[in-house]
Write a protein that binds this ligand. Sequence first.
Ligand code: TZP
Ligand code: MG
Length: 220
Amino acid sequence: MRREYAQENFAQTGIYAITAEGLSNGRSNVEVVKAMLEGGVKFLQYREKNKSAKLMYEECLELRKLTQAAKATFVIDDFVDLAMAVDADGVHIGQTDLPPRVVRSLLGADKVIGWSTHKLCDLEASDELVDVIDYIGVGPVFATQTKKAAIPAGLSYVRQAQAKSRLPYVAIGGIDAINIADVLSGGPRTIAAVSAIVREKDIAGEVRRLKQKIVSFDKL
Ligand code: TZP
Ligand code: MG
């Protein structure tokens, strides 16, 4: 079962990597994802806000092949149709996208669905969706240039998620090699990063370094 495999990958991955070509220092998403996979990424989200559907489709076809070969789970931000068109493993949706139950009915039972949450009432709403979605995003933890308009939810929200979430969760927003230990101290063992990874010259090395920090934190 693909969805079960994705759930397992989510639990094991440590680093949940996300694309952003505009922050990738001139490299294409395909180049960046190759390096992420080389670094051991097992859960990848394709996230592009301003490309044409045609361009995203072509790019995602390529990323589908690469992720499949690496046995990595591949989800697409926002675009359910694009995820279906390239046979991605699932989608990641936000509070203002189609409701999770509707997305589940479109995708069927074997795809993974992630849902962004930003505050306690979102977390409570996710309680009602444990049979519909697979994981939640928790953040933005810190202010971030990647999502400038978003108000940080802070480490306090991470602690709330740790205490209350019935679903697996990933902490996101402004997390890098320097502050990752603070985030981990709130409880999460799955950390999402965009800029901290894609801006680096040695992307594979940075993925390994972040992953190592998560692994070693458990041993402290
Ligand atoms: N959702 C909440 S914060 C964020 C998203 C997509 C952006 C995270 O980017 P970065 O560069 O890791 O701060
Ligand atoms: Mg989104």
